[in-house]
Design a protein around this ligand. Structure first.
Ligand code: ATP
Ligand code: MG
Length: 569
């Protein structure tokens, strides 16, 4: 491929809208172009990378027996209502005006609809169906370029099984296929236990790439092997517990205590002995929630505990209407209304607690949660903090930022029950099909690859997904010897099966060409210039290491072959 004819609209300046390196470099290297918030055109150089990632995904999915299909992006809204997910997705789902249609953000419903029509016997399973297809999500904050966009490509796969053991086996196959996919794409990744969120189902794991550009936090300890998304991460924090002598609860004035820290400072109460009360709405039903001291409520854990599609904190006027007080003065005693109560596991059976009196400016002390509150459920609701003991080995947790590149779920029967996708077992009894769901963001693989493999000059592609494996830079191609040699290398390397981008531009300075080669980042740059040709040599530069080798003209193909092998092609 000749660079002079290839459409690569590179940019010299870093576009103001791009903050993270992968976004900046994709724009600068002419791989993508923004159309509107969270919507991108994939340009020829970029789309080559996308296609390579998709090819690797297809090979690995086919290798585990996956069958590729293609589902419509335009769906009747009704089928999404049957599973309750119009509500669960809320504003994130795109609706088509004046029609009962939606743009699919994922495809569990449509797969289950297919299964319901065609999979009726235990003998019809297992099945693994997958597609690589455009998904639409009206992300509230599209950002970081293609990492969080409103239209993106997802490989989504679904397994159908007739037993829970079958689901475990299908899940494991996907786990292993995913590890191979990311490794082949040259990504360093790790796996964490994850929350199932609006998807429902039992277990789920996420594939993560460590990055400052990440929106997810993961807690882990390498020694004990514990790793979890902060949305589910647990730690071994001691319970607050009980004291032997705990008199009746007593009200006291706290006119200037607005926070836990104020109570600690002004009254000498240990922070953990304060039961902080919060009010949340889960699918529009209010709940009173207690946390110990300054422990932070983890909304994902709360949503899971309440099995809710949506949760939100109560507004100020709702707080007053439900409890009688504003935030900071709410507690279990003298509540204005009888709202269900739930507390973090650290508070289980605790007494000698301080909490709001549901009257502004007053608290109660000596509260016994068993005696004075009406807590229906104690459950882990707190967000872990770096340094706390991990739940496996008690080793200190570390917390790091990461980007989610894939997510695998044991869905179970949530969708098959809702859409009545049933099968008959060998005794003739009817059961819902047992399902799994497995997603990979194609864009995120490309973006994470660049996040991990770039320097100040540009991208450093791994050969497996580089747009071209080899760039040839003709230094002053106006010179006949240079041009003839460059064209010869281009022909020989292409004949040897390599993808070659030949910078054949005339009237462009060598320095400019080298800068472009570094920006575009092909793994190998064969530099063809008069100086080395006079000695019968060319210079080969390895992008990722900066290493340069001077090799005889006759050895160019063999040297490229061996360097690419060294680089893991
Ligand atoms: P996130 O929490 O980052 O919004 P998600 O949990 O909504 O992701 P899934 O529904 O599990 O994502 O989708 C499967 C995969 O699709 C994700 O692992 C991710 O790689 C990709 N993906 C999800 N949302 C987007 C998006 N808005 N833009 C690009 N890729 C996305
Ligand atoms: Mg999302």
């Amino acid at each position: 491929m000749r660079l002079s004819r290839y459409f690569i609209p590179t940019l010299k300046e870093i576009p103001a809208e791009a903050v993270i390196p992968s976004h900046q470099l994709m724009l600068r290297a002419g791989m993508i172009r923004g159309l509107s918030s969270g919507i991108y055109s994939l340009l020829p150089l970029g789309y080559r990378v996308w296609k390579k990632v998709m090819q690797i995904i297809r090979e690995e999915m086919d290798a585990i027996g996956g069958m590729e299909l293609h589902l419509p992006a335009l769906n009747p809204r009704e089928i999404w209502e049957e599973t309750g997910r119009v509500e669960a997705f809320g504003d994130t789902m795109f609706h088509i005006k004046n029609r009962d249609l939606v743009l699919a953000p994922t495809h569990e419903e449509i797969i289950t609809h297919l299964a319901q029509a065609f999979v009726h016997s235990y003998r019809d399973m297992p099945q693994i169906w997958y597609q690589i297809q455009t998904k639409f999500r009206n992300e509230p904050r599209p950002k970081s370029g293609v990492i969080r966009s409103r239209q993106f490509l997802m490989k989504d796969a679904y397994s159908l099984d007739n037993s829970w053991e079958g689901l475990d086996a299908s899940y494991q196959k996907h786990y292993e296929a995913y590890c191979r996919i990311y490794s082949r794409c040259g990504l360093e990744f790790f796996v964490v236990g994850a929350s199932s969120g609006a998807m429902g189902g039992s277990g789920s794991q996420e594939f993560m790439v460590e990055s400052d550009a990440g929106e997810d936090l993961c807690a882990f300890n390498l020694e004990s092997g514990y790793a979890a998304n902060i949305e589910v991460a647990a730690s071994r924090m001691p319970k607050v517990g009980r004291v032997d002598e705990n008199p009746a609860a007593e009200k006291f004035a706290t006119p200037t205590a607005k926070s836990i820290d104020d109570l600690v400072e002004q009254y000498g109460i240990p922070a953990e002995r304060c039961a902080k009360a919060l009010v949340y709405f889960a699918d529009e039903n209010p709940y009173l929630i207690f946390m110990s001291g300054n422990d932070q409520l983890n909304e994902a854990k709360l949503q899971t505990a309440l099995k809710a599609n949506n949760i939100r904190p109560a507004h100020d006027d709702e707080l007053v209407a439900l409890t009688g007080a504003h935030g900071g003065s709410i507690g279990p005693i003298n509540l204005k209304s009888n709202i269900p109560q739930i507390a973090d596991a650290r508070l289980e059976h605790a007494n000698d607690m301080v909490s709001g009196a549901n009257e502004d400016g007053f608290h109660y002390r000596a509260i016994d949660l068993d005696r004075d509150a009406n807590i229906q459920q104690y459950v882990d609701l707190r967000t872990v903090i770096e340094g706390e003991p991990d739940p496996i080995g008690g080793q200190p947790l570390k917390v790091k930022k990461a980007i989610e590149v894939g997510h695998i779920f044991k869905l179970g029967t949530k969708y098959s029950e809702a859409l009545k996708a049933l099968f008959l077992d060998d005794q003739g009894n009817s059961h819902p099909i047992i399902m799994g769901s497995y997603g990979i963001g194609v864009e995120r693989i490309v973006a994470c690859h660049i996040e991990q493999r770039h320097d100040k000059d540009g991208i450093c592609w791994h050969p497996s997904i580089a747009p071209f494996q080899i760039q040839i830079t003709g230094v002053k191609v106006e010179n006949d010897t240079v041009r003839e040699h460059a064209e010869r290398f281009e022909a020989e390397l292409e004949a040897a099966g390599f993808e070659v981008l030949y910078d054949d531009r005339t009237g462009v300075s060598p320095g400019f060409k080298f800068k472009d080669a570094d920006l575009l980042g092909m793994p190998i740059n064969v530099i063809v210039g008069e100086k080395h040709l006079n000695d019968g040599n060319v210079e080969i530069k390895i992008r990722s290491t900066g290493e340069r080798r001077i090799v005889p003209v006759a050895d160019v193909v063999a040297t490229c072959e061996s360097i690419l092998a060294e680089l893991g092609a």
